[in-house]
Design a protein. Structure first.
Length: 240
């Protein structure tokens, strides 16, 4: 008796039935759905990280006692970094276990999943979705410290040269500022570097670097909008 006959006999004895093709189709579809899900959620995490980076003014690092990287880590909640890594790993594993996963090398799997998450996350960030997502998450999760809260902490250190708040009134070379803690400051801005997008007027929310000259006075050397970084104005302007 040849081997093929023995195999047929064993199949008959064990009543072995072939697995329906539709099961493999469903399994493969589920794997790709998991991949898409992981890439999308990785993209959302990446978009929030981009939003956090947008909130950092890298030209203020001359005022820092630590590096800009430490400042960035202080602004980006660890939750989103961990989420990005987890979803990328899950996306890579899902492709690897797909029907054609054997065709991909580990570097190509990592590159493919990462590139898709970065591209999708960047588009979501550009559309303004990252800020909405981060704000909504902060509202729903009490234990979560939002980027806005972290940013407020960074820009509420006048003794270290960081001040922020809302302009109350403006004179020729000074303005009154109500900081984020409710304290009133008299700010001198003569010869300060001010980006063109800012209009020093009542109600304008700003952040500035400079020097604290007394308990309630501050000399500004750079003034930026409270929102994300802006293109630096070459030459500065002093008086409005």
């Amino acid at each position: 008796m040849d081997n093929s006959t023995k195999l047929i006999d064993k199949i008959k004895e064990g009543q072995v039935k072939p697995i329906p093709r539709w099961r493999f189709t469903i399994k493969d579809a589920l794997i790709w759905l998991i991949f898409i899900f992981c890439v999308l959620f990785g993209a959302l995490a990446f978009s929030v990280i981009l939003f956090a980076i947008q909130q950092v003014d890298f030209d203020i690092t001359s005022h820092l006692t630590h590096s800009w990287f430490e400042l960035l880590l202080g602004l980006v909640p660890l939750f989103w970094i961990i989420s990005l890594v987890i979803f990328l790993v899950l996306a890579i594993l899902s492709i690897k276990n797909s029907k054609k996963g054997y065709k991909f090398t580990p570097p190509s799997l990592i590159g493919f999943a990462t590139a898709l998450s970065i591209l999708t996350g960047t588009l979501f960030f550009i559309s303004g979705g990252a800020q909405w997502l981060e704000h909504a998450f902060a509202m729903k999760v009490n234990l979560y410290e939002s980027i806005e809260e972290r940013k407020t902490q960074v820009w509420s250190m006048p003794e270290d040269g960081f001040l922020s708040g809302t302009i109350i009134s403006v004179n020729d070379s000074t303005f009154e500022l109500n900081d984020l803690k409710g304290k009133s400051w008299m700010v001198t801005f003569k010869n300060a570097d001010i980006v063109p997008s800012i209009s020093l007027a009542d109600g304008e929310k700003i952040k500035l670097t400079g020097e604290m000259t007394s308990v309630n006075t501050f000399k500004a050397d750079k003034i930026r909008p409270w929102g994300g970084f802006q293109r630096r104005y070459q030459g500065g302007r002093g008086n409005n």
